[in-house]
Ligand binder design. Sequence first.
Ligand SMILES: CC(C)(COP(=O)(O)OP(=O)(O)OC[C@H]1O[C@@H](n2cnc3c(N)ncnc32)[C@H](O)[C@@H]1OP(=O)(O)O)[C@@H](O)C(=O)NCCC(=O)NCCS
Length: 152
Amino acid sequence: MQESDISADFFDTASAAPLAAAIHGQCFKSGWSEKDFVSAFGIPGTVLEVLSLTDQPVAIALYRQVVDEAEILTLGTMPAYREKGLAGQLLERGFHYLRRNKVAFLYLEVGVENIPAQRLYTSKGFIETGQRPNYYNHGAAYEDALMMKRSL
Ligand SMILES: CC(C)(COP(=O)(O)OP(=O)(O)OC[C@H]1O[C@@H](n2cnc3c(N)ncnc32)[C@H](O)[C@@H]1OP(=O)(O)O)[C@@H](O)C(=O)NCCC(=O)NCCS
């Protein structure tokens, strides 16, 4: 895999909802529907990043910006493409885009049991700022979230 094979595109309208839902559905057990993404794009400041490898979409991140702060609403790499550094590339290119849009601080929540995602965020400079008890509802069980922050 060469870095020149990787590209990132950014979308801020609901026209990207079908693509977002298709990738998200492969990344998560309960992926967001097209309708969920249409609703998300209805809120100003929402931007989808799609990372492609030789023009094949492989990872996404959804950001929401308010003034000089932004949040990662969701992020994932398709299973066949994991542990190749692609989520790292997704974040690096996302940081660049957000900086150009005058974002100074980026926030996120991650499950306390989600070790791959915590490794990703720590390696990309996020620091833990607190915890949200029972933040994720998995039906039969709840999971706490770590709150993380990175200055851009
Ligand atoms: C978390 C996730 C996005 C990582 O994507 P990825 O493309 O495999 O990540 P990368 O290859 O860029 O790896 C980034 C770092 O995480 C580490 N990592 C990735 N997968 C890992 C795993 N299964 N176990 C341990 N560490 C892991 C890598 O070693 C790397 O660390 P390093 O920078 O110190 O070398 C991916 O596993 C995923 O989509 N999971 C399901 C959705 C999800 O949980 N999203 C996060 C919600 S907050």
